[in-house]
Design a protein around this ligand. Sequence first.
Ligand code: AMP
Length: 306
Amino acid sequence: MAKVRKLIRISRGIALRAPKTPQMIVYKEAGSLKEQVAKRKLYGKTVGFVPTMGALHTGHISLINASRKQCDITIASIFVNPAQFNDLRDYEKYPVTISNDILLLERAGCDILFIPSVNEMYPDCTGSNHHYELGDIEFLLEGKYRPGHFQGVCLIVHKLLAIVVPDFLFMGQKDYQQLLVVRRLVKLYQLPVKLIAGSTSREASGLAMSSRNLRLSDEQRQKATGIFTMLQYLKCNLAFAPPRDLEDYATNYLLNNGFEKVDYVSIADANTLQPLSSVLPHANSIALVAAFMADVRLIDNLLLGV
Ligand code: AMP
């Protein structure tokens, strides 16, 4: 009998022991985060950084996974950056799902999360006299329709990089122009970080995952798949028609398939984003689109090279 009781005690002990999952540490203040990261770097740990604006989805988590594969420590940030919104209503409507975000990051094995307040990142208001020399790319496509957007992006990425000082910065190809702009920022300031581009995560329907999709109804979400259908059409038909004709066709396709407004469809050089008048086989080209499903602005792109 005593033997049996002992067994039960042991098995209870085992059952009660919670599986050891290292806890994610959350920082709200830049100073404490900086101190902590510097300490860990002293031990030779490599740091991967994934900046986000929250309302996380599988696309964000794919960047966390990439960082975990490559680095000893993975740090994510959640900050809806007012400086990169040219439209105040868009900023105010940006989805916030912080408890779920923390859960997703913890499950994905993120080590550190930085959630600063606006005051922490911009103690002197969002205004900055600093101007980043980004060249033409600042004014094309997103830059044309969202004036000042990339200055705001550079401002926050530069600030975050100064706090986190990561070895690797993970960003998504979903925001292709942003990727090129940040690449330029890194080069301009010779920042000691390697920028890694993650491929776009899509729903089974082809719709690129985006925090803004949360604002779509089921019906709108279904219609929004038209963007990917159209991008694939462009890729398949590149050899058969001039880029301008294809762009016009694509714009009309979107307008006839539930999109309210199309800011641009562009077939462009994948390095400069300058529009292409013809596409040579094997050319490094990309199709990019921004269109409104009701009042939700969606962007997507597809590399067209083989
Ligand atoms: P955001 O929170 O929208 O600022 O995005 C944070 C990072 O996640 C950026 O580097 C985005 O390019 C990236 N990202 C957003 N959507 C996706 C996606 N569907 N697949 C992969 N990366 C994404």
